[in-house]
Design a protein around this ligand. Structure first.
Ligand code: C2E
Ligand code: MG
Ligand code: MG
Ligand code: MG
Length: 283
């Protein structure tokens, strides 16, 4: 399928769309050009140790610095990117940029583990592990400083291939997290089989834990299961102190949310670290 536009001259390009869903092709073409012109940015949101509140790492979150529309959140452009092969090039950039940033921090004496979101299509490529290991090597960042966040969907789309890639990454020391846990279709029985280190409880459970006994109970159960499987539990979307306190009492290991820190450009992280006590993980 070919796309033709004549806004600033003719752009001809085959996006390899693999679904029939509606895609804003004009924006997608612009995104790919923006990606190649250096218009994407990563912001970093700290993950805090629940008990000490010290910064334990940071999740890289992509934004698009659009020349006319300003700084765009991923919700505006990622869904379309994920329906095309643009997501693969974008994810290569995100990995390279996040690991480069980790190496810059490292050189300045800040050992900040970084988490990167990996879309299902990325891990479905045979080259995924090789690319990640090459980037770690290039930037001289220890594998233990990288966590890849995948969704339940990724695990279920091509289970054997994805599991094999995750197993290899973990063997090299990379950590694996399941993002937005509780929103997908992973059967609990599958959990002990999965090569994962960390469960991130979805924000939709966290925001309702105070007015829904059911949601609070689900959180308690996820913590109990993760504990018994030796996994780290992260709560995302922690917006206020009472929630942070209750999650800590319930046994959550790490907290992430606007109530602790919003995602920020990389230059803010060293300052946040000193403010948090700077007792972050060292390799
Ligand atoms: P996610 O991976 O679950 O990331 C957390 C999202 O929740 C971020 O939104 C973050 O800003 C937001 N958030 C964090 N704390 C709070 C809170 O206390 N309250 C509320 N209301 N929101 C909070 P963001 O940056 O807009 O990203 C949205 C989603 O886009 C991410 O969800 C992730 O699925 C995807 N995404 C972001 N960056 C990347 C990337 O580089 N690659 C890929 N493949 N996906 C990405
Ligand atoms: Mg995430
Ligand atoms: Mg998440
Ligand atoms: Mg989420």
């Amino acid at each position: 399928r070919r796309a033709k536009f004549d806004r600033t001259g003719v752009v001809e390009w085959t996006p390899n769309l693999d679904t029939n869903q509606r895609v804003d092709l004009r924006q997608l073409t612009e995104l790919r050009a923006g990606l190649r012109s250096g218009h994407l940015r990563l912001h970093y949101q700290p993950l805090h140790d629940a008990k000490t509140r010290r910064i334990h790492g940071a999740e890289a979150l992509v934004r698009w610095q659009h020349p006319q529309r300003g700084l765009l959140p991923p919700g505006v452009f990622l869904p379309d990117a994920e329906r095309s092969d643009v997501i693969l090039e974008l994810t290569d950039w995100v990995l390279a940029e996040a690991l480069h940033q980790a190496s810059v921090w490292q050189a300045a004496g800040h050992h900040i583990p970084v988490s990167v979101n990996l879309p299902p299509a990325y891990l479905a490529q045979d080259r995924a592990v090789g690319t990640i290991l090459t980037l770690l090597d290039l930037e001289q960042v220890p594998a233990t400083m990288l966590t890849v966040e995948i969704t339940e969907t990724a695990v279920l789309t091509r289970p054997e291939q994805v599991a094999a890639q995750l197993t290899e990454l973990r063997a090299r020391g990379v950590r694996v997290a399941i993002d937005d846990f509780g929103t997908g279709y992973t059967s609990l029985g599958l959990l002990p089989e999965l090569p994962i280190d960390e469960l991130k409880i979805d924000r939709s459970f966290v925001i309702r834990m105070h007015d829904s006994v059911a949601h609070a109970t689900i959180i308690d159960s996820v913590i109990a299961i993760a504990r018994s499987l030796g996994m780290t539990v992260v709560a995302e979307g922690v917006e206020d102190e009472p929630t942070a306190a209750d999650l800590t009492t319930a046994g959550v290991d790490l907290l992430q949310g606007f109530g602790l820190n919003r995602p920020k450009p990389p230059e803010f992280l060293p300052g946040l670290l000193s403010a948090s006590g700077a007792a972050y993980a060292t390799p």
